[in-house]
Design a protein around this ligand. Structure first.
Ligand code: ADP
Length: 272
């Protein structure tokens, strides 16, 4: 099992007047190699959940296991966890700072203390995985298009060779062409090898067309979990969570027409 989450609760600002319960009793099992879409409207708890998974936030209660290891147990190293769980933040290009694409992608592996040869092979491989050729290595990241910058940022995370890749709203702010390109690259990254990929998005369209399993969050809880085709048939549940009905109906039809959608059932949980 790649990720196991048991009875997870998280509250921001516990003990202050600004206390905000962001996650309530989340239970999830994600198998190695799954391609997951994490969906839900703004404020539903998606970002909080993914920051729990790579140890940036510590649970108020509950347990998170990555490949069987409780990440907050004595002896667990959060540094190791963060190498295993690569997190691509929203607008990751804002974190590019080196003079060349090569140096930017090499930053993570260099900090891991790897040999020059190993760093080189990881940089070349990571750039290749996001569709950037060797001719881009010496370019300044600041000369690139928005979509290219984002790919460099994703390559920087891939170069750490994470076993789990989490992308928070990777298409935010891109035009439709850039959006399709990035989603295509993410699909290809997932297709090669057995990396677990979690794509976080409030765009149902981005998610519907790419992932194998959708988890829908609402008010800090996991409310639906299942294959895309089945999830988009639960129109009433999605509507109750403020997720647009015309778009859901259209996506359900599109998925049906493509004959896509794995067999399986969707688990729905009523609001507590
Ligand atoms: P999403 O990623 O789905 O938009 P978040 O995980 O960012 O949702 O937010 C979940 C809830 O936690 C929201 O009510 C949000 O206002 C609150 N929240 C998020 N970050 C903080 C923070 N740093 N301090 C206090 N409350 C926060």
């Amino acid at each position: 099992m790649s990720i196991e989450i048991r009875n997870l609760h998280f509250t921001y600002g516990e003990g202050t007047p600004f206390r905000k319960e962001a996650l309530r009793n989340v239970n999830l099992e994600i198998r190695t190699g799954e391609f997951i879409g994490l969906m839900g409207h703004t404020g539903s708890g998606k970002s909080t959940l993914i920051q729990q998974v790579n140890g940036l936030l510590k649970p108020t209660a509950g347990e998170i296991r990555i490949h069987g290891k409780d990440i907050h147990s004595k002896g667990a190293s959060l540094k190791d966890i963060r190498q295993e769980v690569g997190l691509v933040f929203q607008y990751p290009e804002h974190q590019l700072f080196e003079m060349s694409v090569y140096k930017d992608v090499a930053f993570g592996p260099t900090n891991m203390g790897l040999s020059k040869d190993e760093i080189h092979s990881r940089v070349v491989d990571a750039l290749d995985r996001v569709g950037l050729g060797e001719d881009m290595q010496e370019a300044s990241p600041f000369e690139l298009s928005g979509g290219q910058k984002r790919r460099v940022a994703i390559a920087g995370v891939l170069a750490m060779r994470p076993k789990i890749l989490i992308l928070d709203e990777p298409t935010a702010g891109l035009d439709p062409k850039g959006r399709d390109e990035i989603l295509g690259e993410i699909g290809r990254i997932h297709g090669k090898g057995d990396m677990t990929v979690i794509l976080v998005s409030h765009s149902m369209e981005d998610i519907a067309n790419h992932v194998e399993r959708i988890i829908v969050m609402d008010k800090g809880e996991v409310r639906m979990d299942g294959p895309p085709k089945q999830v988009f048939q639960e129109v009433e549940h999605l509507e109750a969570m403020g997720l647009g009905v015309p778009q859901v109906t259209y996506l359900a039809k599109a998925l049906e027409a493509k004959g896509c959608g794995l067999e399986g059932t969707v688990t729905t949980v009523e609001e507590a």
